[in-house]
Design a protein around this ligand. Sequence first.
Ligand code: UD1
Length: 386
Amino acid sequence: MKIVSVVGARPNFMKIAPFSRAIAGHNRLSAAKIEHRIVHTGQHYDVTMSEAFFQSLGIPAPDINLEVGSGSHAEQVGQTMIALEKVLRRERPDWVVVVGDVNATLAASVTSKKEGIRLCHIEAGLRSGDMTMPEEVNRLVTDRLADLLLTPDRLSGENLRREGASADRIVFAGNIMIDTLESNRAKAAALELDWILSENTLAAVPQQAGELRAGGYTVMTLHRPSNVDDPAVLGPLVDFLCAEVAGEMPLVWPIHPRSEKRLKEFGLWDRVRWTAGMILLRPIGYHEMLRLNMDARVLLTDSGGLQEECTVLGTPCLTLRWNTERPITLREHGGASVLVGNDVQRIRAEFRATLAMGRHPERPELWDGHAAERCLRAIQDYREKP
Ligand code: UD1
């Protein structure tokens, strides 16, 4: 069997790492080898956003890089489709595997089905219901096209059935991100907090906060266009973060390239830079983020993956969004996160309440570190409906 896996952006890499390892494990034990090719679309290209993850997570270097780079959504998707079509015509795999919901996921899904190649989606069935999110459009198209829908939790399976996906296409495989968390937990735990700061401090940004201690700092990540692209949203948020969060305890903020650009564009960069207690880092590695998360008092984020990691680690999480495609991570479903949107009054109230909370690790069903093996088995067991 031959499988082409397509990845493009940072959150894809931690999902493909365990899948690639599951294939290697299969090949060690079985005579019926699986040929695996990794195609990187090149959507994320900075070392800190891409190559560093391949190295630290032990993912084989991509066999092919399409080098599409930055651009509008149509540019990224269109260029990926044009380049990937050539690759698929040459490789003729039995399956294309896509993960998550980024532009690479959408482009690879459409291209592989147009080439008549079977498509498997890992992390299928997530729905925010918010069609203004580019990721929601990507998820809907991908799941409509995929032959095999591998879901991370039971709620995702329900979404797919409600949309009319037939039961034989859906397999509840568990959360593959948690495979990566479990296999990297010990390595992350061994990192020193101060070492992470000193290695990743943004050039030209002075270190201001001194030592971090367990339970004595907050961590934030922010990159969604809805939070960072509008000065009327980002301005008040930055005021709050500088005055009230960093004023309370050190706030560690690894900055996504999009957010750094916007802070500079909107004249907010110096304010953030010179605020005591604000610790700006460049985009950090997987283990560094996991380590920071393990001992954070509160985590503020608009990332989907971090909501999941907080649930398993028990870190109280404020999700800076009005909706989530991952409701299983919410407190009402036993998770660690609460939706606070980007309204400062609401964030303030929840931040205060959350400071008083302890850690409550939770493990949703099949978030057990073995999802990748189930994903591979589902592909091997797949039989076309007669
Ligand atoms: C993409 C995904 C999003 C995911 C996020 C994680 C889509 C639609 N969105 O958003 O779901 O949560 O990745 O990071 O696919 N840039 C760099 N260096 C890089 C990559 C990007 O400087 O290596 C800059 C680009 O110039 C661009 C901006 O960051 O202006 C945004 O990059 P892009 O890939 O368009 O989307 P993300 O916001 O990263």
